[in-house]
Design a protein around this ligand. Structure first.
Ligand SMILES: *[C@@H]1O[C@H](CO)[C@@H](O)[C@H](O)[C@H]1NC(C)=O
Ligand SMILES: *[C@@H]1O[C@H](CO)[C@@H](O)[C@H](O)[C@H]1NC(C)=O
Length: 358
């Protein structure tokens, strides 16, 4: 237990640095949290932040619609507050997309804002980012995992309440999460009682403390009518991977084998590179970039066509050239109805999709 804890602390500490750097780069809004965070990081740099309390009042539901589409125009929904809901731009009869950021990340991180912008430009819908930043503060990974279950239940109760008060159609709810947030997305689907959620998408679901958890305690295909998983940095920590490798959805996608992504490793097949990839968070974050790109991807040229196959080695040597029952487009536009593991290659830099080129 103790060595695992130390390793997790080390890992998450490094990943924290990566996330905070990207925060200062891509967060251009005047959110009230920013000053606070900047001040905190300057004053308390050498010491650890206190562990999260798990206080659910620190979870923020940030809503965007076509009435308030800009990054800094989010409307904060307050669960159980009818007055707040009636004044909100929330429309219960439109598709609703919930999104969860990962460990040591935050509710207005790049991939969520980009998804929000792309979704609203294509569809009249509600987009809600579950900002649970304060419950997943680094390096407190073990506490964060406990907060996965609490936060999932809290969001599920919001969904049930929206269903009961204004008729939100649960069958039009799609919950997406990255890393630790992928499990929270799945567990939210599990905990909703007012119907079966339409879709749950897991972007490189976190591995540590989830490798051996039973399906009722992690993301799983029972969480929604349709569960798709994108594995980008999945495997064991020793292989330099942070995600869950095993297939847990209706469909599991393994771009480039699902362990390390091209452009993240300089010379393949060296352990050092695998570790640099892990510490840099490159392949793990690539899951979110592939996802965002897929929202706007138009087939055939820009799609992420994926082939059914048993494993990457077979795919790699060209043993899976047949679509069998069907090839699928990985990502937002994936077709429903099939199940299994699917493989594809991508470009090392954006645009990542290779269309239907195997
Ligand atoms: C979440 O809700 C489930 C029931 O859906 C319950 O079994 C579980 O104990 C709850 N977990 C927490 C942490 O509240
Ligand atoms: C690919 O298919 C050939 C012919 O069926 C077989 O001999 C070989 O073992 C397969 N390779 C892999 C890696 O599955």
């Amino acid at each position: 237990m103790a060595p695992t804890h130390t390793l997790l602390t080390l890992l998450t500490g490094v990943i924290l640095l990566v996330c905070r750097q990207s925060k200062s780069l891509d967060n251009d809004d005047n959110d009230d949290d920013d000053d606070h965070l900047l001040g905190a990081s300057l004053q308390t740099l050498p010491t650890l932040p206190p562990p999260p309390t798990g206080d659910l009042s620190e979870v923020r539901f940030l809503l965007w619609t076509r009435h308030n589409p800009d990054n800094d125009q989010h409307y904060r929904l307050l669960p159980g507050d009818l007055n707040n809901l009636q004044q909100s731009p929330f429309h219960p009869h439109l598709p609703t997309f919930f999104m969860y950021h990962g460990f040591s990340d935050f509710g207005k991180c790049g991939w969520i804002l980009n998804s929000k912008t792309d979704l609203l430009s294509k569809y009249d819908c509600n987009v809600i980012s579950v900002d649970w930043e304060k419950l997943v503060i680094s390096p407190w990974y073990i506490q964060a995992v406990e907060n996965v279950y609490k936060t999932a239940n809290y969001t599920a109760s919001l969904i049930d309440w929206l269903h009961d008060t204004v008729g939100l159609e649960v069958s039009r709810v799609h919950i997406t999460g990255h890393s630790l947030g992928a499990h929270t997305a799945g567990l939210t689907g599990k905990a909703v009682t007012s119907g079966k959620v339409w879709r749950v998408t897991g972007l490189d679901p976190a591995g540590p403390l989830f490798y051996t958890k039973p399906p009722d305690q992690r993301i799983d295909k029972s969480d929604a009518s349709f569960v798709d998983i994108l594995h980008a940095n999945s495997g064991s920590l020793i292989e330099g991977c942070i995600g869950l490798f095993k297939a847990v959805g209706h469909m599991d996608f393994y771009p480039n084998g699902g362990m390390h992504q091209p452009g993240c490793i300089i010379t393949p097949d060296t352990d050092v590179d695998d570790w640099l990839d892990l510490f840099g968070g490159c392949s793990h974050a690539r899951a979110t970039q592939l996802w965002v790109e897929s929202i706007s991807a138009l087939p055939p040229a820009l799609s992420f066509t994926s082939w059914p196959c048993s494993d990457w080695d077979s795919y790699f040597v060209g043993n899976c050239t047949s679509c069998g029952e069907g090839c699928l487009d990985m990502g937002f536009h994936v077709q429903e109805g099939l199940s299994g593991s699917y493989f594809l290659r991508t470009n090392p830099i954006s645009p990542y999709a290779l269309g239907d080129t195997q």
